[in-house]
Every structure is written in C-alpha cells, then in structure tokens.
Design a protein around this ligand. Structure first.
Ligand code: ATP
Length: 517
C-alpha cells in the first residue's frame, strides 16, 4: 500500500513537472481541490473529450450534442432536488480538526474487510497453486468467514441508515462509526462530533443588489442542462425515441473531503449523455449502455482486470437501477463513471415546476408519455487520472539505466511525433522543419534540437510521445529518417514520404473509434 502511495505521489509530481496538471493559482500556493491543465494536459484532456464525443455523436445516428450554460434558472435546482437533497453527511474529528464524509469513512471500513479477505485468498492461492478451490476456501476458512460476517453486518447496517425513512439517519451513521471503532487517520483518535448535512452547491448572485439580485448556483452536474432542453432538441431536431443528448462541460461541487489530486475536485468537467426511451424498456437499455460504456473504457487496452462494475445497493429514490464503472487506481478500485436508470423523474419534475407539458407523442402507438431516461455520466478529470496512473512507468532498461515513460494510448497522446535534427548544422534543422511543416496538418508534431538525442528521447518518453524521428547525415542524401517507437525503443529507417501513412492511422482517434464498432 505504502508503495502504491509512493507511486501516486510520483505521478502527481510528474504531472506538474511535465506540464500536465498544475495546482490552480500556483504562485499563490494553490487553491484547495482546484487544478489547471498545462500545455500537455490540455491536449490529453481534449483528446479524451474527443474520443468520448465522437463515440457518442459520430457513432450513433440518434445521439446529438448540446452545450448548455453553466448558470441555470434557480428553479431548476429546486425541481431536480439538489436544493433540498444534494448533501453529504459530515463528521469532524475534534483532535485533528479534520472533516470527513461519514459515509466514506464507513465505506473505507468495508473495503478494509474486503482487503483482508482478498489477502487470505491470495495467500492460499500461492500455497495451493492449481489445486486452489476459491469457493470452497471462502466457505470454510475461519478468518475469511469472520471478515465476511463483519462485512455483511456492516453493509446491512449501512444500508439501513442511508435508506432510512425521511432521509439519512445521521445518528445511526455516527453510531456505526463509534461501534466500528473507526479512528481519524490524522489524529488516530475516536473523538468525533455529531454528523451534519452539508449542501454541496456553490451559490452566487446574479444582477446587482439594487435590482433585486437573485441567488443562483454553479451547476453541480451538467445533466440538468440536457433535461431542460429536452423539448427544444426533440422538436427542432425532430428526434424520435429512443434518442440521446450528449454534453461536455464544467460542474462545481463544494466537496468537503478534497483529496487525491484530480480525483475529487471542486471544479471539474463531466461528459454526460441522457438517453430518452419508452417507459418499460429501461432495464434493457440500462444493460445495453453498461456494455457499450465498458467497451469504450476497455478499448484503450489497459486490461479488463482493471475495471469492474459496482452495482448500487442504495438507489436514489427516482432511480430503478444504477452502477458505477470502477477503475483500478493506485489507491484502489474507484468510480470513474456512473450509469443510472433515472425513470421519468427529472422530466416530470421540470414539467411540474415549469408548468410546461414535457411529453413525447409516439407516432407508433399514438400515445403521449413522459420518456424514461438512462444516463451515462463520466468525469473527464477522473478519466485523465486513470489514464495517467495506468500509463506511468519507471522502467529499468537492459543497460541498467532507468527511464520514466508514459505508455499513453497513441490516439490520446498530447504530441504524436517529435522531430529531431541530429545536429544544428548542415541543413538538418531545416530538413526537420520541412517534415513538421508537412505533417502538422495531420497530427500534433514537436520540434526539438536541444541536448543529445538520448536526452531528447527521454523527454518525449516522459510526455508519452509515441514516435520520434531523427534527421541525420543520411537523411540529406536519401530522404530517410530513423523512426523510434516509444514502447519498444526500437528504431528503423523509413522514407520521409512514408511517415504519414505509418503514423497517422495509429495516432488518430478514428483508429480507436473503429475498434468500437
Ligand atoms: P462520488 O461518489 O465519488 O462523489 P458521485 O457518485 O457523486 O461521485 P456522480 O454525481 O455520479 O458522482 O458524477 C458522475 C461522474 O462525475 C463521476 O463518476 C466522476 O467521474 C465525476 N465526478 C463527480 N464528482 C467529482 C469531483 N468532485 N471531481 C472530479 N470528478 C467528479
């Protein structure tokens, strides 16, 4: 675990050192849980967004995009339930003065029991090798059974307090924390305050006070911008059910426990798609979107074992199915995307609060109804973090040296091709520029002439650039260059005129999208 934390720290500093992610307002020592993306980070982020956007809008004839404003009419958030219920249960430790989400403390405790079980299984697996029978071991080993019982009891109690009549049972939550003897990770004590509810929305004022300013919110999710535009898009686009509306945009949450770098931010970006369907078909569509979205993730080639679904036991009152796609981060399996079957809750609420009729006339059945919705909602920043974590490697080379390399999927890499003149003389820089001038319209290229070639390779490895070419004396004679592959570090000679066809297909988002079909 400590080793994993070390790796994570290294990834965070790598992100800063190589222009991926900076603390916001760095010269003023940063702002809690707010980050800026640097020159390489913005390219990677844009590529992630493009991969998502195109997989939705380009590959589905019945999905269109919108870009709604961040500010919305305040009634939106009354209707959606965010004013009354977008709360986190908070608890403070009196000794460390640190604040925690009570539900997260309990979830972490459950994860500890799961970890203990997993460790026993791994130990036994090593001991018995091929003869290991996991189901039998799980049902007979006393330590596993004991931890499973603790997990099940805790899980059942947790469900009860989270789903209590009239909202979360705050006293019940605190009692669990006391009974489980959960300590503050900083002070190590159990000196806890009561649990309180805290609304996560940021408020601001619109208009001057003299005009009678009104309180408005920074949107905590992009989804509501889609719901309030359902009628506009359906009518003007003459959309027929089932159809989807996709959107990428900023969202804001006044997160209490803002840790883990860009995993939990106060200003972040979401990619959401609401898919409108006929009532009664939602569980089929839910299953279909689960599969489609998992395929999108696994298409990046990070290994199926690094993903899992986490089905929700605790459903929001309007949802009839919900799951998270979790990715194996250095700090455990964590949610990257949520998929929810939201019934007709949002559209009905907006119909009620706006007084507008928000329905779909189905020409096939001659009926009008409020569509049901399947939502897929993914955080750009969490996706960015999962890609960084998986790609980062400190590699020991056969010659005993080490290199830090980002094995980014080539289609997402900020820079696709670096071009180096071997020396700054004999027309090599000009030749290198010529290559860039020709290829820059097709993919992102970078010119580098400083330092020895070895150092230049290392810099490119560190930003995940999949290809480097070197212009040398021979280039001036026969128009060939050495092409070096980031992952294998192999080099071979190719004609300049072939560079585009060799590289373009491998680095284009299209190549990723084609694998999805
Ligand atoms: P969590 O339980 O981790 O707080 P959530 O279930 O509240 O997340 P959703 O409301 O389902 O998250 O939001 C959808 C997606 O938006 C999440 O899967 C995540 O990728 C992203 N997201 C949510 N909150 C944040 C945040 N504070 N910082 C970065 N990304 C976030």
């Amino acid at each position: 675990m400590a080793q994993q934390e070390d790796v994570f720290k290294k990834i965070v500093s790598h992100c800063k050192e190589y222009g991926f992610v900076f603390p916001s307002s760095d010269i003023y020592d940063g702002l809690g849980a707010v980050y800026d993306y640097g020159q390489n980070g913005v390219e990677l982020k844009n590529n992630i967004k493009q991969y998502w956007w195109q997989s939705m809008v380009l590959l589905h004839e019945n999905i269109v995009g919108i870009d709604a404003a961040i500010f919305m009419h305040p009634t939106t958030w009354k209707a959606s339930g965010h004013v009354d219920a977008f709360n986190d249960p908070l608890i403070d430790n009196r000794d460390s003065k640190k604040r925690y989400r009570a539900d997260v403390l309990i979830e972490e405790q459950m994860a500890k029991y799961e970890d203990k079980i997993q460790k026993e299984i791994e130990k036994a697996q090593k001991k018995y090798g091929d003869n290991f029978d996991e189901p039998q071991f799980r049902s007979t080993n006393p330590r596993v059974l004991e931890n499973q019982r603790k997990y099940d009891d805790l899980h059942r109690r947790f469900q009860e307090v989270m789903n209590a009549e009239g909202g979360i049972d705050l006293e019940g939550l605190k009692q669990i924390i006391l009974d489980e003897e959960i300590v503050c990770p900083i002070s190590g004590t159990r000196n806890w305050t009561d649990v309180r509810q805290f609304n996560l929305m940021f408020k601001t004022e619109m208009g001057s006070t003299a005009d009678g300013a009104s309180t408005i919110y920074l949107r905590p999710e992009t989804a509501q911008g889609i719901f309030v535009n359902y009628l506009n898009v359906q009518k003007t686009g003459r959309m027929k059910l089932p159809f989807g509306i996709a959107q990428i945009g900023k969202a804001f949450r006044n997160e209490i426990v803002a840790r883990q770098f860009i995993f939990r931010m106060r200003e972040f970006e979401q990619m959401e798609m609401q898919f409108f369907i006929q009532p009664g078909t939602e569980l089929d569509w839910f299953a279909k979107w689960k599969e489609t979205r998992m395929k999108w993730h696994q298409n990046l080639g990070f290994g199926a074992e690094n993903y899992r679904f986490h089905d929700h036991d605790k459903l929001a009152h309007y949802a009839n199915a919900a799951t998270d796609i979790e990715f194996h981060m250095p700090f455990g399996f964590k949610e990257v995307e949520g998929i929810h079957s939201r019934t007709n809750f949002d559209l009905s609420q907006h119909a009620k609060y706006s007084g507008k009729k928000i329905e779909y006339f189905d020409p096939e059945t001659n009926e009008s109804y409020t569509p049901y919705v399947i939502e897929t909602s993914i955080g750009v920043d969490r996706m960015f973090l999962s890609i960084m974590c998986h790609s980062y490697e400190e590699q020991l080379l056969p010659d005993g040296q080490t290199r830090t390399v980002l094995h980014l999927p080539a289609a997402l890499a900020p820079v696709k091709l670096a071009v180096f003149p071997l020396t700054k003389k004999d027309g090599m820089p000009e030749k290198a520029q010529e290559i860039i001038n020709d290829l820059r319209f097709h993919f992102n290229c970078k010119y580098e002439e400083k330092d020895q070639i070895g150092k230049r390779y290392r810099r490119m490895d560190a930003i995940g650039c999949p290809y480097c070419v070197t212009v040398d004396q021979q280039t001036l004679e026969d128009n060939t260059v050495t092409l070096r592959d980031r992952d294998t570090m192999e080099q071979h000679r190719v004609a300049i005129s072939d560079l585009r066809s060799i590289i373009e297909d491998k680095v284009s988002i299209t190549s990723l999208l084609k694998k999805l079909l």
